[in-house]
Design a protein around this ligand. Structure first.
Ligand code: NAP
Length: 381
């Protein structure tokens, strides 16, 4: 029997509930698909409150070392400690491991109540830049000495005037970081036989950051993938179309013509907005899988947070983490495990066996707890 080690971080709040439940589904899916010839060895690593209790440190070095060694891990949500000296544990993990792409597949899971009429038309994968743009946190409060200095510099050296009581934020977007993100999105499109890559930006207004994102994106396509990629409207024999859309127009497009979009590559802030908007279209963040991926390492995590009021109540929906695991198995090349998990999850929801969050939106649902929901999925694998 082949054993594959996967490090996992349980997470805070509802993390332990959903982690326990998801392992039932993952173990059963691997067992069924490989007929007992493969097995996952779960290796617990620590971050967040559990790490602090055990080691007095929210993010121990061993956690980074283990992820670097195995090059893969899956995690539950983490609370950002107030006054802990971090902007966020998640941001710290992403930055220290240089996990530059936040990848979120958004597709409709059959049976889930959704606010739009045809949610099944949504089938997109978002590649959101993780390490550049305004979320880098380069900012100073209004009236601070740093803000005054920057304002003075802008006036004296650059001839630009800014209101003296302004807070200041800096939005750097680099060629290197943009190109590696778009490169990953195009490679994914090639590997998975997808048809289109759309660069989403606000380049009509922010020409040298957002506009440059678009230009550098096209450059990667032209210089590195010309055999595979053609521009929208171009007569050329290539399987993938690359186009671009202005971010605000894109919010309309994903609502009005979702079937026309496939892979999206976005800078950090646009990506943040559009990920949640798209997820809402297919039924909300309780079902949103995600991953942070770099050149060597991938860290898989659901998009929702720790929902602390539901911790240890065996109540919440583990679907986002289960779908995150499905994504992880696809990354490992175990596509059949991914397919089996998604089918069993859909079968369970189609039979209206659901946790409280979906039960309140469905007529005639059978409401079950987190563990029972996972057991029902496992039965249908
Ligand atoms: P949240 O934890 O995602 O919870 C907000 C609401 O979303 C919950 O009250 C619940 O809604 C619903 N929800 C979330 N997960 C669910 C699940 N698995 N099943 C069913 N419903 C679910 O967002 P938050 O309250 O803004 O954040 C709480 C903490 O999580 C913060 O410390 C934040 O920093 C952290 N966080 C961490 C991550 C991460 O680790 N990646 C991401 C986001 C937030 P109802 O009450 O309406 O049922």
């Amino acid at each position: 029997m082949e054993k594959v080690t996967i490090p996992f971080i349980e997470g805070d709040g509802i993390g332990p509930d959903i982690t326990r439940a998801s392992h039932i589904v993952f173990n059963e899916a691997v067992d069924k698909v490989f007929d007992g010839t493969k097995k996952i060895e779960w290796l617990e690593i620590y971050a967040g409150e559990k790490a602090y209790e055990k080691f007095g440190n929210y993010l121990p070095d061993e956690t980074f070392e283990t992820i670097k060694k195995y090059k893969i891990a899956i995690k539950g949500p983490l609370t950002t400690p107030v006054g802990g000296g971090f902007r966020s544990l998640n941001v710290t993990l992403r930055q220290r491991l240089d996990l530059y792409a936040n990848v979120r597949p958004v597709r409709y899971v059959k049976g889930v109540p959704a606010p739009v009429c045809e949610p099944e038309k949504v089938d997109m994968v978002i590649f959101r830049e993780n390490t550049d743009d305004i979320y880098l946190g380069i900012e100073w409060p209004a009236k601070s000495k740093e803000a005054f200095r920057v304002i003075e510099f802008l006036k004296d050296e650059m001839g630009v005037s800014v209101e003296p009581d302004s807070g200041i934020g800096i939005k750097p977007m680099s060629e290197r970081k943009t190109k590696r993100l778009v490169r990953m999105a195009i490679r994914y499109a090639i590997d998975k036989n997808r048809k289109k890559v759309t660069l989403v930006h606000k380049g009509n207004i922010m020409k040298y950051t957002e506009g440059a994102f678009k230009d550098w994106g096209y450059e990667v396509a032209d210089e590195e993938f010309s055999a595979y990629v053609k521009r929208e409207g171009e007569e050329k024999n290539a399987p993938i179309v690359i186009n671009d859309r202005i971010a605000d127009a894109m919010f309309q497009q994903v609502l009005l013509r979702p079937a026309e979009y496939d892979i999206l590559a976005l800078p950090n802030l646009n990506g943040d907005y559009i990920s949640d908007a798209l997820l809402a279209q297919v039924g909300g963040i309780g079902l949103g899988p995600g991953a942070n991926i770099g050149d060597e390492i991938a860290l898989f995590e659901p998009t929702h947070g720790t929902a602390p009021k539901y911790a240890n109540k065996n109540m919440v929906n583990p679907s986002a983490l289960i779908l995150t695991g499905a994504m992880m198995f696809e990354y490992l090349g175990w596509d059949k495990v991914k397919d089996a998990i998604i089918s069993a999850l859909e079968a369970t929801i189609m039979e209206k066996i659901v946790t409280y969050d979906l039960a309140r939106l469905m007529d005639g649902a059978r409401k079950v707890g987190t563990m029972e929901f996972a057991e029902e999925i496992a039965k249908r694998l």
